[in-house]
Design a protein around this ligand. Structure first.
Ligand code: CDP
Ligand code: CDP
Length: 228
């Protein structure tokens, strides 16, 4: 009997992964893990300590000794690095602009992937990111690859950020396209659709529709297995 499953949600920036993943987790009473927040927090910490991505020795040393704590919450999952709460800073344009440079580094990916796998051992986890279905949880029972046009994704981000940061829609479109390119072309676990994932183009879907689609895939998996 299958009781709880793991759900992997991957896709490019602004596709709606974190919003939707959190709501799916809520509906299923599962734990939500935002892996992007982990890469963002490490990026913030490195910038904060003046450690450039090219400084391999320093990056390696720092990542080895890093204490990473994840505190799940209702709205946001907090990420605390060596006792410092990175959460308030991780959505800034500065971090968004640098994160892909750090996320391609092997020592960082190895460390974070390992933590992510440990969190999913007990099942009942909804995890979103770039490489969850392909690398972190290749055995996840339900895998979703969520996309939307780059224009729509930039518009969604714009609505979120326009009051907090001085930014134009055009700039966001460029930033997002640039980050997608880096994430897709890196050597280690690039952003790629897993062969066994469900492709979900959300360009003209609202949040509720996307959540319902994913929840129904999860329920039919659990229900289907039960009937065997
Ligand atoms: O929210 P948004 O889609 O803008 O990005 P995010 O999910 O917070 O991820 C930020 C960045 O972290 C991505 O652009 C990737 O460079 C990196 N990332 C990754 O490499 N692997 C993951 N599993 C999650 C994020
Ligand atoms: O995590 P990811 O970067 O994939 O996207 P997100 O941060 O969850 O979503 C970006 C924005 O798009 C949020 O403000 C969502 O409310 C919005 N959104 C939307 O308008 N329609 C959807 N179907 C999904 C998300």
């Amino acid at each position: 009997i299958v009781d709880k499953i793991n759900v992997a949600i991957d896709g490019p920036a602004g596709a709606g992964k974190s919003t939707v993943a959190r709501m799916v987790a809520q509906k299923l009473s599962y734990i939500y893990v935002d892996t992007g927040a982990m890469y963002r927090a490490v990026t913030w910490y490195m910038i904060h300590k003046d450690i450039m991505p090219e400084d391999h020795d320093n990056v390696l040393q720092t990542v080895r000794n890093m204490v990473i704590e994840l505190v799940p919450g209702e709205e946001v999952q907090k990420v605390i690095i060596n006792g410092e709460d990175a959460t308030p800073y991780i959505r800034s344009l500065q971090v968004s602009g640098m994160v892909s440079q750090y996320a391609k580094i092997e020592s960082i990916r190895t460390r974070l992937s390992q933590l992510q796998r440990e969190m999913a051992l007990g099942k009942g986890v909804v995890m979103d990111g770039r490489d969850i279905g392909t690398t972190v949880l290749p055995d996840a029972e339900v895998k979703i690859f969520m996309t939307a046009s780059v224009e729509e994704r930039a518009l969604r981000r714009y609505k979120e950020l326009k009051d907090a940061e001085q930014v134009t829609l055009e700039q966001l479109e460029n930033d997002i396209a640039q980050r997608d390119l880096l994430d897709q072309s890196r050597e280690i676990s690039p952003l790629r659709r897993a062969d066994d994932s469900i492709l979900l183009d959300t360009t003209s879907m609202d949040i509720v529709q996307v959540v319902e689609t994913i929840v129904s895939h999860c329920r039919s998996y659990v229900g289907g297995e039960r009937n065997h």
